[in-house]
Design a protein around this ligand. Structure first.
Ligand code: AMP
Ligand code: ZN
Length: 291
């Protein structure tokens, strides 16, 4: 799940309280690009009697994986999917992760004003100062498209966050700008350096053409050190869960799962995914065995 340290709307401490209320026994905080919320979340989980996996979510360049062929010659170009790698059980103060955090901050600070410039060129009344001011108000360093979307909603340019993405800032839309992304090998290495396990997040978002292409991507990621596959996720239907569980078993990867709760930013509930506690226990045992 995500907190106000990136693009969630609940403070890291609050997540433990909600989890306890919802009867969830273990949670992972995986903010985008940052470990800033982990200490506070860990303390709150200890107080609430909830098991905690300190994590991070890193956006990676899907072109950095073998097996991935979104642009077959002579075929119309296909949208590139989203490749996010989760680190679970990472040390919050690992220097390699900190260096990546700094790089990604720079990438965001270059990409975000480009999005605002494109919106302005479309005649929309928005300034980057407004986006920064919202981020300051929310207490986050990690400024992302959801913050730009929120400004668009607050100013009445669009009615909902979904509209902001489908009309303007989603991939392929007129104000979209891609940020420089990490190579998956770098993300996996940094997660391992921080003592964590590397899990491919929400495979559905890879927008693979068919299960064979997904399997090739998984094999490519495994050759880079991947440890697991997020099997249960709010975007996955039962048929996806079955496919990802099958691929995890076949390639000796750990299954994981979560809601990807972002507070009020997404129509997803904390505890909305009933993930078997054995997923958590196996990941934790593997992490302990390695450390
Ligand atoms: P960024 O990392 O700044 O490119 O922002 C990506 C984030 O935007 C994702 O992690 C999601 O939380 C959010 N997002 C992406 N697509 C949508 C969408 N169609 N509707 C709402 N939120 C979205
Ligand atoms: Zn993600």
């Amino acid at each position: 799940m995500h907190s106000t340290a990136s693009d969630g709307t609940d403070a890291p401490e609050a997540l433990a309280v909600i989890a306890a209320r919802e009867g969830v026994s273990a949670i992972a905080l995986t903010d985008h690009d940052t470990t800033a919320g982990l200490l506070a979340a860990a303390r709150a989980c200890a107080n609430a009697g909830i098991e905690f996996a300190p994590g991070i979510e890193l956006s990676c360049n899907p072109r950095g994986v073998s097996g991935w062929h979104p642009q077959v010659e002579h075929a119309p170009p296909r949208k590139l999917g989203t490749l996010h790698i989760l680190g679970l059980f990472v040390r919050h103060d690992d220097p390699k992760l900190a260096a990546i955090h700094q790089r990604l901050l720079i990438a965001r600070s270059e990409r975000n004003p480009m999005i605002v410039d494109k919106l302005r060129a479309l005649g929309i009344d928005i300034t980057y100062e407004e986006v920064e001011s919202l981020a300051r108000r929310l207490g986050t360093q990690i400024i992302g498209r959801p913050h730009i979307g929120q400004v668009l909603v607050e100013k009445g340019v669009v009615a909902t966050m979904k509209d902001a993405f489908t009309q303007y800032i989603g991939e392929g839309k007129p104000a979209y700008a891609r940020k420089d992304l990490l190579a998956p090998a770098e993300a996996i290495d940094a997660i391992h350096h921080a003592g964590g396990l590397a899990i491919v997040a929400h495979p559905i978002q890879l927008k693979y053409a068919d299960p064979a292409e997904l399997e090739a991507v998984i094999v490519g990621l495994k050759s880079l050190g991947l440890d697991g596959i997020e099997v249960r996720h709010s975007d996955h239907r039962e048929e996806h869960v079955a496919l990802y569980a099958h691929l995890a078993a076949r390639h000796e990867l750990f299954p994981s799962g979560g809601s990807d709760y972002h507070g009020t930013r997404k129509p997803v509930l904390l505890g909305g995914q009933r993930v078997p506690v054995t997923f958590f226990q196996s990941l934790r045992d593997q992490w302990r065995a390695r450390s």
